[in-house]
Design a protein around this ligand. Sequence first.
Ligand code: NAD
Length: 327
Amino acid sequence: MRTLVTGGAGFIGSNFVRRLLTGEYPALAGPVRVLDAVTYAGNMANLAPVIDHPDLTFVQGDIADPETVRAAMTGTDVVVHFAAESHVDRSVAGAGVFVRTNVLGTQVLLEAAVREGVRRFVHVSTDEVYGSIAQGSWDEAEPLSPNSPYSASKASSDLLVHAYHRTYGLDTCVTRASNNYGPYQFPEKVIPLFVTNLLDGLPVPLYGDGRNIRDWLHVDDHCRGVALVAERGRAGEIYNIGGGTELDNLTLARTLLDALGRDCSMIRHVQDRQGHDLRYSVDCGKAATELGYRPRVPFAEGLAATIRWYEQSRDWWAPLKRTAAQA
Ligand code: NAD
């Protein structure tokens, strides 16, 4: 199988590429081409463990550029599309680049996939497209109701994927995952931000009263779910991928403080994010029944291993935090 992975230098995409190239997804074995613009969130160090693998080709380029995409798409059987602007706070500060990358970039990829006759296009999306839910969980039939510019841009890209399936018969699948955590996550997202702040003896900024609830999904489980969808998902379908661990942000903060031997005096309550969704919760019954997907990484184990990775990987994250602080 010849696979094009967009966003393969980012947090989740690089995990997928590392695991694909080390044989964890046998159905996708074969040449892998990564297309990534290497924005502030992209990092070649994320691919360092596999960079010399003979099956890996890296193309630095923009998914919104039709020429680049056309060239990168040549000879592709399967597209796994991770590339995106992914940080909600940045979308609140400026939505334009989110629309350009997440909406236009996805459309350019879809167009090229139709032209090239790719066999399958897997679009990696998010549970945030459903909005916010006080009780219960969403299944895939839930209407889209995104609240942030980030989630609105992802919902828009999901609709384009649907349209290219219906209009041009492109074989597409959409995955909608909950909040990921694990190694190599850019230290602007809550878990690596809190862990690296605490490792530096700095306080952790908690939005509002910390009541917002997220479902936590280890990146290995997410990537295994995406691989299952690529292999066995039904064309035109959407699959939720969750982790089965819902926590409010205050509990998450306390867990991290405990793990790093700190107390609640390190918490700084900061003004809540504008339009902050209260709770996300996905029903993963469809992926379980059709694909045999179940999260395997227990949260306590996954979190402990993630903390250890950040403790041992200061060389990876310290320069990123310095650059972010200067921006
Ligand atoms: P990330 O920000 O770590 O990585 C995004 C990657 O896309 C980076 O390597 C970046 O360089 C690349 N990129 C950005 N703009 C590009 C462009 N115009 N052209 C080419 N490459 C570009 O993001 P992530 O957390 O790894 O998320 C990957 C995907 O998974 C995204 O589509 C995101 O919406 C989705 N998702 C993320 C989460 C999560 O918790 N992080 C949860 C559900 C879904």
